[in-house]
Design a binder for this molecule. Sequence first.
Ligand code: GLC
Length: 447
Amino acid sequence: MLKEKLFKAVLFISSFCCLTTVQAQTKVNPDSIRNKMQWFADAKLGIFIHWGIYAVNGIDESWSFHNKKISHADYMKQMKGFTASRYNPEEWAALIKESGARYAVITTKHHDGVALWPTKEKHYNVVKNTPAKRDLLTPFYAALNKQGIKRGAYYSLIDWSYPDYPGFLKDSNRYKVADEPQRWQRFQKFNENQINEINVAFKPDLWWFDGDWEHSAEEWDAANIRKSILSLKPDAIINGRLQGYGDYDTPEQNFPVTRPKFNWWELCMTSNSSWGYQPKDTAWKTPYEVITIFADAISNGGNLLLDIGPKEDGTIPPQQIHILKELGKWNHKHEEAIFNTLGGMPQGHFYGPSTLSKDSSILYLFLPGRVNGQVVVKGLKNKIKNIRVVGTSQTLQHKIVGKISWSPVPGLVYINVPPSVQDEYMSVLAVELDGPISLYKGQGGLN
Ligand code: GLC
């Protein structure tokens, strides 16, 4: 059990390491994609949906058979129990809207190979192989469209169920690419066909590839995958799991401590510890935890892709609904400080996350937990015109401490935050400046 967990952990870590290298070797010039990335940079929050036959038994998505917790045959038997009987895509889209998210990414196919759309390829899909008996993607993407939410397609490059895919169980592969190049080509053709089907049917705004670590860019034919997606939809965004041919990076679960250097990045994170529905997993993150993690991501110039895992019947677990609704309330109240903003001040100026208005003349300070008294900003050269508590009509007083008349070093800004104005999760202050923010970066003393 522990060994299996360790194995998975090693894979996760190695995938994370891969990503860092991939980013370093990216084949995409950031200047050439800046325009198409704008909506993504402004969107800040996406909802990730892991929905598949793994919800029937409530076990690890695909990994459970790969890591031999269950046989492949027994894993696939879950197809018989996947009903989607209470699936209401309009309700899903309305909940996503309520959470404040601007985009959603659904698993069109996970590593187990079961497609949620009626693929023309000879392979598993929910229409042919499960009692759901219908295309689950079309109505969801239509509902997202109606809500004005961008549509993302998670697609696993790995397909551990496909007979011509080399990888299968953790300790047994079907074959090696070098030994059977034609077999690999058959897989490539199948893979390209499926990607093309999704592209033609849904024209996703965003592609979320997964599993690129099992093969090289050349083996996946990553350059051509990118090219064919963009030939149909030139402004489609592609995540960083395409061996150097993606547009942004995707740290998974582990939160970056220092600000990532990538131009665009997105933290993907579960709401308990599982991607898919697993009733035994009760390690729910609280709304406070999700909100503070989200604030930290945007403060560092990134996005959050928060995952939910619906049950086999299509209902969303109440704990996840609760997280999304609470997050939505907070987002709605603090909208101006979150969406369409820029990442905030570098570390050292404020003990908490911050963001900036697009013209950098409003500094938003996110106050973690409840503040008892004052908060302080260091090294702010600007004059402060006004301080507001976002989402309320309150204004606050501040005091400049330690400013020496003959020194250019700015004083400390102490802001008094009475408990009565504070939000139940995370209060946000809007510090209106006399112009674009200007920060002192020296070591103190005379200059
Ligand atoms: C991992 C896992 C997968 C999950 C994904 C989400 O790479 O392989 O199960 O879907 O992360 O980021």
